[in-house]
Design a protein around this ligand. Structure first.
Ligand code: SAM
Length: 238
């Protein structure tokens, strides 16, 4: 079922999955702005973060909390409001909801109940980096965050050693060095990678090359902020 997807005005009873900036406020789209202003309700990961975003955009709207820990219970309330004819915008703290962020359970429940769900597409860190990486982009595997345990991370990398497409991973500043060390250990120093830090922000940094060199260069630069890592297929050569 379609869901008012050509309009700047929300359709009654429709859930809009709205992408918001991953750092640069100007990356908000005209449709995102309009839908966030006009929906009856915004379901968001953190009401303070989304409240601050709305303030910067000069918008006002009602917010309800919808995060990983209450997603199951809060989905029921949101679905009831959608069935009652209200329009709802779903946002996460940054980027596209459901992409390593809450939202999947709510969207699945809407699909089960025949409630229209419409995308308001925009930034996502994974494809932002892929588009500038120069690594093969004909197909890719997006994994989000690898497991925090070293043994599980290394097992994943071992299993995917000969994977034929690029692999995109998310990582926090706390674990980035450990994760890159695992890539070096398991995939070897000549595997091509691209590391993106603080994309669209003031200190945006993009480093590409063999993992051995990238680890070396990164050891001499700041590790603060958010990271995306892309691993090229084994067969890829510059
Ligand atoms: N929903 C988001 C998206 O669409 O990209 C991802 C949310 S996830 C909880 C947060 C992770 O995304 C960060 O730890 C980092 O790996 C990645 N990320 C988000 N914004 C980023 C940015 N501006 N630069 C680099 N990585 C970013």
């Amino acid at each position: 079922m379609a869901g008012g997807n050509s309009s700047l005005t929300p359709a009654p009873g429709c859930l809009y999955v709205v992408a918001t900036p991953i750092g640069n406020l100007s990356d908000i789209s005209e449709r995102a702005r309009s839908i966030l202003e006009k929906v009856d309700l915004i379901a968001c990961e953190d009401t303070r973060t989304t409240g601050a975003l709305l303030l910067k955009l000069g918008l006002k709207n009602k917010l309800v909390s919808h995060h990983e820990r209450n997603e199951k219970e809060s989905s029921a309330g949101i679905v009831a409001r959608l069935l009652g004819g209200e329009s709802v915008g779903l946002v996460s703290d940054a980027g596209t909801p459901c992409i390593s962020d809450p939202g999947f359970r709510l969207v699945r429940e809407c699909r089960r109940q025949g409630i229209p769900v419409s995308p308001i597409p925009g930034p996502t860190a994974a494809t932002a980096l892929l588009s500038v990486s120069g690594l093969p982009s004909n197909g890719f595997l997006f994994v989000g965050f690898l497991p925090p345990k070293k043994s599980a991370r290394q097992r994943f990398l071992q299993e995917k050693k000969a994977f034929e497409y690029s692999i995109i991973l998310y990582e926090s500043c706390h674990r980035i060095e450990k994760m890159l060390d695992d890539i070096l250990t398991i995939l070897g120093s000549s595997r091509q990678v691209c590391v993106g830090r603080e994309l669209t922000k003031k200190f945006e940094t993009i480093i590409t090359g063999p993992i051995g060199e990238v680890v070396d260069r990164l050891s001499r630069s700041s590790k603060k902020g958010e990271f995306v890592v892309i691993i090229a297929p084994e067969t890829y050569e510059l």
